[in-house]
Design a protein around this ligand. Structure first.
Ligand code: NDP
Length: 299
């Protein structure tokens, strides 16, 4: 299988470089070789390589900045994926694309399923939602994998921010009324590779569609922060603030540019049933993250 990976240097892209390599011939590009600010420029790359699958991990993920940078966010999150989908359709390639819990407004009581109506609250969410719609309309065989609260040892994320703040401050305040599942880029990348393998087997074409793919269980940002700090302490980290110094606060007390959904819980049972996988509890990969940072001397 020849695979074109885009966004190779992000949290997920880095892990995909590892997980996709055993599947065949992997061609991985970052911003330098494939600039999503210029969507039309991506056509020549796809035509030159003629891959069997395009895996798109590139995205404009600066959620608050997107509120005042809509044109670029739309180019990266909607227009460039649309071009990739058109080119994939033209050559019969699969397109694997990632989307987000932010396509929902967070108002549902239970976990979101794929057929629930989208109603993004932010520019980021709207551009990701438009990207999904354009891919579905392209006629390309696709997997749109919606996930939530992504973290990895490489790159910036909430867990690493909490660890830094806990070294600097004696008390932290963290939002306790937004809920979701922290999902490791490692898990997403492994699940993507296994799904791609399955797509190449008989009946694979029937699996084209949109799926939720997040770790099992859920927590609040506050619960997530407390767990990370407790794990860090267990690994010997010297912190000014431990879990008991993390104060729960409502999201309303944290003014940010982009509104976030209160309920980001994603029901991943369709993905698990379709691809024969189990998704571990969110703590499993969070614990691996902290252990890895400890081993690197970065706690
Ligand atoms: P990152 O922000 O870590 O990585 C995004 C990548 O996209 C970076 O490598 C970045 O390049 C690249 N990129 C940004 N702009 C451009 C551009 N103009 N041209 C080419 N490449 C560009 O994101 P994640 O790995 O965390 O996210 C992976 C996917 O998961 C995305 O689709 C995201 O929307 C989705 N997702 C992420 C969540 C999260 O919490 N992070 C939550 C839910 C979904 P560079 O390194 O040069 O900046």
């Amino acid at each position: 299988m020849k695979i074109l990976l885009l966004g190779k240097d992000g949290q997920l892209g880095w892990e995909l470089q590892r997980s996709l390599a055993p599947l065949g011939e992997l061609h991985a590009f970052g911003r330098d070789g494939a600039d999503f600010a210029d969507p039309e420029s991506l056509r020549a790359l796809v035509r030159r390589l003629a891959p069997d699958a395009i895996v798109n991990a590139a995205a404009y993920t600066a959620v608050d900045k997107a509120e005042t940078d809509e044109a670029l966010a739309r180019s990266v999150n909607a227009l460039a994926p649309s071009v990739l989908a058109e080119e994939a359709a033209a050559i019969g390639a699969w397109l694997v694309h990632y989307s987000t819990d932010y396509v929902f407004d967070g108002s549902k009581a239970g976990a979101w399923v794929e057929s629930d109506p989208t109603a993004p609250l932010s520019v980021y969410g709207r551009t990701k939602c438009e990207g999904e719609q354009r891919i579905r309309a392209s006629g390309a065989r696709h997997l749109i994998l919606r996930t939530s609260w992504v973290f990895a040892p490489r790159g910036g994320n909430f867990a690493k921010t909490m660890l830094r703040l806990a070294r600097e401050r004696e008390q932290l305040t963290v939002v306790a009324d937004q809920f979701g599942a922290p999902t490791g880029a490692e898990l997403l990348a492994d699940a993507t590779a296994l799904a791609l393998y399955r797509l190449a087997l008989p009946g694979g074409a029937d699996l084209s569609g949109t799926y939720h793919l997040a770790a099992s269980g859920d927590t609040s940002w506050h619960g997530y922060a407390c767990h990370v700090l407790a794990q860090a302490r267990a690994h010997g980290a010297v912190l000014k603030a431990g879990p008991e110094q993390v104060l729960p606060v409502p999201a309303a007390s944290f003014p940010v540019a982009a509104a976030r959904p209160a309920n980001s819980r994603l029901d991943s049972s369709k993905f698990c049933a379709s691809f024969g996988m189990q998704l571990p509890d969110w703590r499993y990969h969070v614990n691996r993250l902290v252990a890895e940072l400890a081993a690197q001397g970065n706690l």
